[in-house]
Design a protein around this ligand. Structure first.
Ligand code: UT7
Length: 329
């Protein structure tokens, strides 16, 4: 019997309707459309508005669309891995909440936290359950309501992030399509540069943490940029080398959308031209766990069976990595 790979058999996404433009940000902080576009490539991002709505509510749209496309019911899902940095609540897991909301009554699930690299970590761990034969239908969801942890008076972070969610279905494939290889890394010494100071067990919420505005993203952009630009590019180049792939072999680079300059550096390190790079950062900004599945969703109609995809990401933690995927449909 040939080896079982975990193939993506359906993908769908969801972004909220509200568009936060660079122009609107100009009225909120001391910034300009020119600066944001030149330094990040972002023109607008989506924001989830509405009392009581969380990341799971975006996931419901993404997953229902996916199930309809694949023509299966939610009760057929066996496992949900929910990759997110903005869980609906500290517990229970957003995977549980989503399962209940979509009617995935036979699924178990868990949340996975690896900041902006979360979707690659989730895709890789989800694949193990397929490759081992344990499960036949695994849902990997990547999404974040970043607006819930952004300080909209901090111009260094509020211009970057947006809300959105994407999801893929993994199923067994014995024809050599699916997740072929992955390189995943983490280095906790990077945490001073990108983290949320309060709200965890080390610094629980208090009047003081709220007064000091510590329940939001803190980032030293320059330091993160330096690590991101080298590590994301290295991870992408390493997975190509390890699998003897040339730039010509690569059909698409699917990069995490944090900064257009980081994406360009990764493509250039791989020797891949801009026509092979999925970029939608101008529309959505950095949706953290949502960026890669949202790209797959947007480019789905252009993908062909057998296409070689290199996925690459870098995020807080630090975490980073790459995945080599052969598209299955
Ligand atoms: O996805 C998770 C991983 N995160 C990332 O990959 C993000 C990595 N970092 C970045 O993308 C970039 O560092 C930023 C986009 C966050 C910042 O761009 P930068 O080119 O590194 O700018 P900088 O922090 O070096 O700041 C340059 C100047 C500073 O002014 P001075 O000190 O030179 O006078 C900033 O105060 O730009 C200023 N600045 C701004 N000006 C207008 C910072 N933010 C803004 C702003 N508008 N929004």
């Amino acid at each position: 019997m040939s080896k079982i790979h975990a193939a993506i058999t359906a993908v769908h996404g969801y972004v909220p309707d509200y568009v936060l433009t660079n122009k609107e940000l100009e009225s909120m902080v001391d910034t300009s459309d020119e600066w944001i576009v030149a330094r990040t490539g972002i023109k607008e991002r989506r924001i989830l508005k509405g009392e009581g709505l969380g990341t799971s509510d975006m996931a419901v749209h993404a997953v229902n669309g996916l199930l309809e496309k694949r023509g299966i019911g939610a009760e057929e899902i066996e496992l949900i891995i929910f990759c997110t940095t903005t869980a609906d609540m500290p517990f229970p897991a957003t995977a549980n909440i989503l399962a209940e909301k979509i009617g995935a009554t036979n699924a178990w699930g868990y949340d996975l936290q690896a900041a902006c690299s979360g979707f690659l970590f989730g895709l890789t761990t989800g694949s193990q359950f397929i490759e081992s034969g344990k499960h036949k239908k695994v849902l990997v969801v990547g999404g974040d309501r970043m607006s819930s942890i952004i300080n909209y008076s901090d111009r260094t972070t509020c211009i970057i992030f947006g809300d959105g969610c994407g999801a893929v279905l993994l199923e067994p494939n014995e024809e050599g399509y699916g997740v072929i290889d992955s390189i995943l890394k983490s280095d906790g010494s990077g945490r001073p540069f990108l983290h949320q100071k309060a709200g965890g067990s080390a610094r629980p919420a208090s009047h003081e943490t709220v007064d000091r505005n510590e329940h939001v993203v803190f980032q030293e952009g320059k330091a993160v940029f330096k690590f991101a630009v080298t590590n994301m590019a290295e991870a992408a180049a390493d997975i190509m080398e390890r699998n003897e792939l040339t730039a010509e072999d690569v059909t698409w680079l699917v990069p995490h959308q944090a900064n257009k300059r980081i994406i360009d550096a990764t493509a250039s390190r791989m020797g891949v031209g801009p026509e092979k790079v999925m970029i939608n950062i101008e529309k959505y900004g950095n949706t953290t766990n949502g960026t890669i599945p949202l790209c797959l969703w947007e480019w789905e109609s252009q993908l062909k069976k057998g296409d070689t995809l290199i996925l690459a990401a870098f995020g807080g933690g630090f975490t980073w990595g790459s995945v080599y995927l052969r598209w299955a449909y």
